[in-house]
Design a protein around this ligand. Sequence first.
Ligand code: NAD
Ligand code: MG
Length: 353
Amino acid sequence: MTDPDNQFTQPVYHESDADRRHLEDKTVAVLGYGSQGHAHAQNLADSGVDVVVGLRENSSSRDAAEADGLRVETPVDAASDADVVSVLVPDTVQPEVFEAIEPELEAGDTLQLAHGFNVHYGQVEPPERVDVTMVAPKSPGHLVRRNYEAGQGTPALLAVYQNATGEARQEGLAYADAIGCARAGVVETTFREETETDLFGEQAVLCGGVAELTKAGYETLVDAGYSPEMAYFECLNELKLIVDLMYEDGLTAMWDSVSDTAEYGGLTRGEAVIDESVRENMEAVLEQVQNGEFAREWIAENQANRPAYRQRRNAEQNHEVEAVGERLRQLFAWADEETAQETQHEQEVSADD
Ligand code: NAD
Ligand code: MG
């Protein structure tokens, strides 16, 4: 269905659609003080919402949260005090944290998440008495915080999984507004759609697809006798320049910015590389996401202490392109300094025991 007020296929909400009274006289517990947690907690507090941060007794994030002027309790105590419990600990530890806090969720409370994986795949089974919502900013937490402080917003997704009170959507929208996301736009989706598209995107296109495309291109050039330095520049370094153009203004702007030779060659040879067989592979990856096969594999992998994950991570770190890149990136020391500040902040807020 098309939203009557705009040209999007899903409802897109703005500040004028949000009513902060849905959070009035309520306490929001933010569990975790990492990338998303520190941003949600501080933005909510600055928006006048009563916030308590839930962290383990020995968590190294406690000092950071207290230094930011926030009240800190254990996750169980925070959830007990709260009407809305925003679970922003890593996805792999959410099931155990949920098990601990579930008894604190009273009828009419809200379980609020920023990713649908655990609920969609049944790793967290919320009781019927609570609302279950998702507000998922479409950016890392440091940008959610920085944009808020600059008076701007970060777009977010909003989904309702369970609506015990009948007001889950309005309360979720008030939450999205209080962390600044309604200033940009809040797109409605479902837990299923958010989870499956997120997994597919990171596997097939963003992380998995791009890393393999890069290595395949690099290896093709080096195997044909070209120098590793040239292969690195062509297949990895320049990726950022192309992606920035696509990010800013779309594919047309990217094609406009490159030479006509690059445009003609790319348009004709690109589809020879990413051909029908690649699309079939993508469909197979999507099917494993949809039928739960990937989720079961990843959950079992975590229960077994991640043997395959460690092995693959190690192999990737030892790929030749990494050694070549490390040497060549020293020629770009100025680029490091520009981003050093934000990276350092990211690490500070994510660092935990
Ligand atoms: P993170 O790894 O940056 O931070 C998690 C924090 O949880 C840690 O800093 C620590 O304070 C705390 N923590 C860890 N183990 C804990 C435990 N056992 N008990 C209590 N607290 C514990 O996590 P993140 O990237 O902010 O992800 C949080 C949620 O947000 C996830 O569901 C993720 O999918 C979602 N999300 C993340 C991003 C992103 O860009 N990082 C974007 C959108 C949604
Ligand atoms: Mg409660």
